[in-house]
Ligand binder design. Structure first.
Ligand SMILES: [Zn+2]
Length: 365
């Protein structure tokens, strides 16, 4: 049994006790630094609250992400609060709400995650090999952790984490700007797959806000898969524009279990599930199915293609407005394709996209 993949499933529910807040804010004052036992760092974009961790650096990461968001969407991102430690309690949430932090993200640092992983791994090994000595158990936990860390690739964990913060905030900013929730839903913060917009556009906003580390890993991933299997590597555009996020579908069962556990009032619940290779392959899809993580590589490539073809950084803002007003990708192309320098039908767009992919990756169809 070699455990090679750990899946971290986090979601938001309603309210809870984990991060205790004694914050008393006077009107108009942000909740910053009045949270007992916590440090804060503020920036132009918002606030980072936590007990430990590089708060100032993460505040700068939020500013960078906001800069990229503005570049591609042309609107000011909502005030953001990043709360380290994995959950936001009801008191802190109320404070952040009343201080105007419309987008709130509970966050596990890579250190937090490492702790969760090693404890999940220890539990699992213990269950499978109850006779191991304590020393042998710890050695096996260590080896398994090292295997897991290797799957992260060459990029530093810090840069990947910073890219992920940007990615998640962009989901929230995008949803807030283009698909705002109705008043009665406003208190429910779900960073992913929760919005009314099409999943590809939601994911696009997140991918566009990523840092250079994640962006280049998406691009090189695309080149690799196209070399392996150029014809079947990606979802046809017609499907891509309307499909449900493939990862959401795959891990829905696990998410439902977490939701159930979280129902007695925690803002965010995290569960770590550790898989060996075989189990993970089974989870993400049978033979012949695309690896769901390709959805990100395809989104990055489609962004590069469309921005290049139209010369407009804000092309996804135009598409999003059209679809939020009740249109479809088909009607957007028909209405404005020509003036944007694009084909006016999905079929022709697919042809042009295929050609672009060939030149971009050097693959010959
Ligand atoms: Zn995402």
């Amino acid at each position: 049994m070699i455990l090679t993949t750990a899946l971290l499933i986090t979601l938001t529910a309603t309210a809870g006790p984990a991060l205790h807040s004694d914050a008393k804010t006077t009107h108009g004052e942000p909740a910053q630094c009045t949270v007992k036992g916590y440090e804060c760092s503020t920036s132009k974009t918002g606030i980072v609250i936590g007990k430990t961790g590089d708060l100032a650096n993460l505040a700068a990461v939020m500013d960078d992400a906001a800069e990229r968001y503005r570049k591609y969407y042309g609107t000011e991102p909502a005030q953001a609060a990043l709360v380290l430690g994995g959950s936001i309690d009801a008191g802190l949430k109320a404070d952040l709400d009343s201080s105007g932090f419309k987008t709130q993200l509970p966050w596990l640092t890579s250190e937090d995650k490492a702790k969760l992983y090693s404890s999940a791994i220890r539990t699992q090994i213990k269950a499978q090999k109850p006779d191991l000595s304590a020393a042998a158990l710890e050695a096996l936990v260590k080896t398994t952790m090292a295997t897991l860390n290797k799957t992260g690739g060459n990029n530093s964990a810090v840069q990947r984490e910073q890219g992920a913060v940007a990615h998640e905030f962009a989901h929230l900013w995008y949803m807030d700007a283009f698909w705002p929730k109705k008043d009665h839903e406003a208190s429910h913060n779900s960073p992913q797959y929760g919005g009314a917009g099409p999943d590809w556009l939601d994911e696009m906003a997140a991918v566009l806000a990523e840092n250079e580390t994640l962006t280049s890993s998406r691009r090189s991933r695309l080149v690799t898969v196209l070399k392996d299997n150029p014809a079947e590597a990606l979802w046809p555009l017609k499907e891509y524009f309307t499909m449900e996020h493939p990862i959401f579908r795959k891990i829905q069962k696990q998410m439902e279990a977490v939701q159930k556990e979280a129902s007695d009032g925690v803002t965010m619940k995290t569960r770590v599930v550790v898989y060996n290779d075989e189990e993970y392959k089974k989870l993400i899809g049978g033979t012949g199915e695309r690896d769901p993580s390709l959805f990100y590589a395809q989104s990055r490539a489609f962004a590069d293609f469309l921005i290049e073809a139209t010369g407009e950084d804000r092309i996804f803002a135009s598409i999003s407005r059209h679809i939020a007003d009740g249109g479809t990708m088909r009607s957007w192309l028909r209405d404005v394709g020509k003036e944007k320098g694009l084909p006016t039908t999905l079929v022709d767009l697919q042809t042009r996209w295929d050609l672009w992919l060939q030149t971009r990756t050097g693959s010959v169809a």
